[in-house]
Design a protein around this ligand. Structure first.
Ligand SMILES: [Zn+2]
Length: 616
């Protein structure tokens, strides 16, 4: 573990503008520096670096972080390597701290900003070593046609059979981080820990996944409160983010067994709807060819790469989400969805189409590749080879053709009823499209198919003629007024010392309120000596990373004269007032139900005071 004060020291000596400029040329723009974003394709610069606040933020793709985060993401380095590299550049040597037992403060700090990435890295190494030791697992991969090279490229490993194998890799098998990263499952009788939890480190979804019947029985067998490895006797596919860090695992059974695929649960590091398997390995090929292939399984991605199709990614046991579509359209001009040939694959393709419609952009293409019913990409490419597969990609069906085929399927367009039904089916789809040219062409086609004019169709759907771009309304809708907690978080990030004025008690709810609480805990623990960049860095990879990034991004619009101290004082008053109002209302309700007599002495005082305040 690298000590916090070293991180602070390092960030103090670095200037993020220098660090970024080693990789990306920057231009001065007002108080900040800008460039075309190195993490997504764009023609006008939305990548912003703040020298005064020492962070970068991309308004296009949301890339965000400190100097350390930038080197991790841009150079694809792990946390420790990025720090080593930056320390070298300013002539510092990185100290590594051993954790001493019973140091409660330190243990607590780890709970707030745990090195969860390091835990995942250790697990990945362990699984890879185990693969070398298991002839059965090696044979399985060979029989699927995978070379050692491809297995290494994707970091494929093997989780052996048994309940607590990971204790060989983690001397403290009871460590909370094993639970937080989803590597272990705690038995259903596990006692609830008495320690206060910071934020919702465990998502409730975990609980739902926690007790598949056979595992639950096994857990009881192990005794109350026992934990055991989530992945047992499975081929392990590390799920890697664009920074090159392992954030989750997918495990596949070798023989017949259920479930066939098992993913890590949602954790502070891993959000299924936002990640794509194989993106880290495929990035280069996707950018170079300006196209990306979306498939359903990890085996598909790996098998395609084995046959030279290196631009494939897979969704992780979820449908293709709008977020996926946006992410991929930033990377490439052409998305090809390729799902299994069976019924489930067809449904997945249609879901992908529905989720893609609002994000279509004129000039970008989306197509659908339909394989023969008995095939998935893995089996197809193994049987017919890479060239035959590429041929299929070339011939993939454009989104517009797929949409028109599906909405008119089974209809007799020679009858008025058929044409009417076509109009009904197409309505939700056509009205979801914002891209002007795409919308126009599809409306014309649907209108022609149903024998009405384009104007009649637009009147029928109650949509504006395409010519008027709905852009402005779209942008307005995205801008909600800042909540008091978001502002509070911003003040604390800008001037961590202000935290000393915060009240000790805190019951507010919500992501921003949780983040404020977590920030306060770290600040108190370090006697309010943390600098703003260190604070942001410590929260990288925690549940609160997103809240902090969003808060910092808004801070870029602060003017020169923005008075953080005054803003902060005003906020505390507002929050306090709000709380008092709530208390008073609660008392009013009590009085209305049971009269003044049901209040305690102190409550009665409060009630009178507040009542006076409310009247005068
Ligand atoms: Zn970007």
């Amino acid at each position: 573990m690298i000590p916090k004060n070293f991180i602070q020291d390092l960030l103090n000596r670095l200037d993020i503008v220098d660090v970024v400029e080693r990789y990306v040329p920057l231009k001065k723009a007002g108080a900040n520096y800008v460039a075309c974003c190195p993490f997504h394709n764009e023609k006008s610069p939305s990548f912003t670096v703040s020298q005064t606040k020492q962070f970068y933020h991309c308004f296009g793709c949301g890339a965000h972080g400190t100097a350390i985060g930038f080197v991790m993401e841009h150079a694809g380095l792990g946390y420790v390597d990025a720090i080593e590299e930056l320390a070298r550049s300013v002539g510092l040597e990185v100290p590594h701290e051993r954790q001493t037992a019973g140091d409660a403060k330190k243990e607590f700090a780890q709970k707030v900003a745990p090195d969860l990435y390091e835990v995942m890295q250790t697990a990945t190494r362990y699984y890879r070593e185990q693969l070398k030791l298991s002839q059965r697992a090696i044979d399985y991969l060979k029989q699927r046609g995978l070379s050692g090279e491809i297995a290494a490229k994707f970091g494929i490993g093997y989780a052996p059979d048994g309940w607590q194998n990971l204790s060989a890799a983690f001397p403290n098998y009871q460590d909370e981080t094993l639970n937080e990263t989803g590597l272990v499952i705690s038995g259903e009788d596990a006692p609830v820990k008495g320690t206060p939890k910071v934020g919702n480190l465990l998502s409730s979804k975990l609980d739902a996944e926690l007790t598949p019947p056979p595992d639950a029985r096994a857990a009881r067998g192990l005794g109350a409160g026992k934990r055991y490895d989530r992945f047992r006797d499975r081929i392990m596919f590390p799920i890697i983010n664009v920074r090159g860090q392992v954030i989750g695992f997918g495990g596949r059974v070798l023989d017949k067994g259920e479930p066939k695929y098992l993913n890590s649960p949602e954790t502070p590091l891993f959000e299924k709807g936002r990640e794509l398997y194989g993106l880290f390995q495929a990035q280069k090929a996707i950018r170079a060819g300006q196209r990306v292939l979306v498939v359903e399984g990890y085996m598909d991605v790996v098998a395609l790469a084995q046959h030279g199709v290196e631009y494939a990614v897979a969704t992780l046991g979820t449908a293709t989400t709008p977020y996926h579509v946006q992410k991929l359209l930033r990377l490439a001009d052409h998305i090809v969805f390729c799902f299994d040939g069976d019924k489930a694959g067809q449904r997945a393709a249609w879901r992908a189409l529905e989720n893609a419609l609002p994000y279509l952009q004129d000039g970008k293409r989306i197509s659908f590749l339909f394989l023969p019913v008995e095939h998935d990409p893995d089996s197809f490419i193994r049987e017919f080879g890479g060239a035959a597969f590429e041929q299929r990609v070339q011939e993939a069906m454009p989104l517009s053709s797929y949409l028109l085929r599906e909405v008119s399927a089974g209809l007799d367009l020679g009858t008025q009823e058929g044409r009417n039904q076509l109009l009904q089916r197409a309505k939700p789809l056509l009205t979801a499209i914002i891209a002007p040219a795409t919308a126009l062409l599809l409306r014309k086609e649907v209108a022609a198919l149903s024998g009405v004019s384009q104007a009649e169709l637009e009147a029928l759907y109650e949509i504006k003629p395409v010519a008027r771009a709905p852009r402005i309304a779209f942008q307005k809708a995205g801008r909600a007024p800042l909540s008091a907690h978001r502002l509070l978080l911003q003040c604390l990030i800008a001037q961590p010392g202000l935290g000393q004025q915060m009240p000790g008690e805190w019951n507010d709810q919500g992501a921003d309120a949780d983040a404020v609480l977590a920030v306060l805990m770290v600040l108190r623990e370090t006697d309010f000596t943390l600098s703003s960049p260190t604070l942001a860095q410590l929260f990288q990879g925690t549940t609160h990373e997103k809240a902090l990034a969003a808060a910092q991004a808004d801070m870029l619009s602060w003017g020169e004269g923005f008075d953080v101290t005054a803003e902060f004082a005003g906020l505390l008053n507002r929050l306090d007032e709000g709380r008092r109002r709530q208390e008073f209302q609660a008392l009013q309700t009590k009085v209305a139900l049971g009269g003044l007599a049901c209040l305690s002495e102190t409550e009665r005082d409060l009630y009178r005071q507040a009542g006076r305040g409310a009247n005068g």
